[in-house]
Design a protein. Structure first.
Length: 150
């Protein structure tokens, strides 16, 4: 029998991710699983000061981490208040790489994530996180298209 003890939910703080959350909660309840809520703050230090002319990347990175912490706390309080078995993690780096690392380091059995996050130029530069995770994940990945949900 398939055991799903830990479900990873990469959460990018968008409305699209919020639309996927009911599916994560359903799967966690069905399998009595722990939810690992992961947010990855894009590491902009590798780009230098090219994209942030008025502030250093270190300051921006720190502010991004603090903002992510507040946003994740709000999600936990508002949308995960019914769920007793979850863990939240905020890390910095390349989203696809950090998701794949977390799968291994946390012993994840299933990933549930949205198919749509980035748009336009950001998608072109950074690529599709979901596509990379699906291709490289050592565990099953359930992708949910938030634009098709009713």
């Amino acid at each position: 029998m398939v055991k799903v003890n830990k479900i990873l939910f990469p959460f990018d703080l968008t409305d699209n991710s919020s639309k996927v959350l009911p599916y994560v909660l359903f799967m966690a309840e069905k399998f009595s699983s722990q939810i690992c809520l992961l947010h990855v703050v894009q590491d902009l230090q590798k780009w230098g000061n090219v994209f942030i002319p008025h502030s250093s990347t270190e300051v921006y990175q720190k502010e991004a981490m603090q903002g992510a912490e507040k946003a994740i706390n709000r999600v936990c309080e508002e949308q995960l208040k019914e769920c007793r078995n979850f863990k939240r993690m905020i890390v910095s780096g390349d989203p696809a790489s950090k998701i794949l690392e977390t799968i291994v380091s946390e012993g994840i059995d299933l990933v549930v994530m949205g198919t749509h996050g980035r748009k336009g130029l950001e998608h072109t530069i950074f690529g599709s996180v979901a596509e990379n995770v699906v291709k490289k994940s050592p565990v099953p990945v359930l992708t949910v298209n938030p634009h098709k949900l009713k």
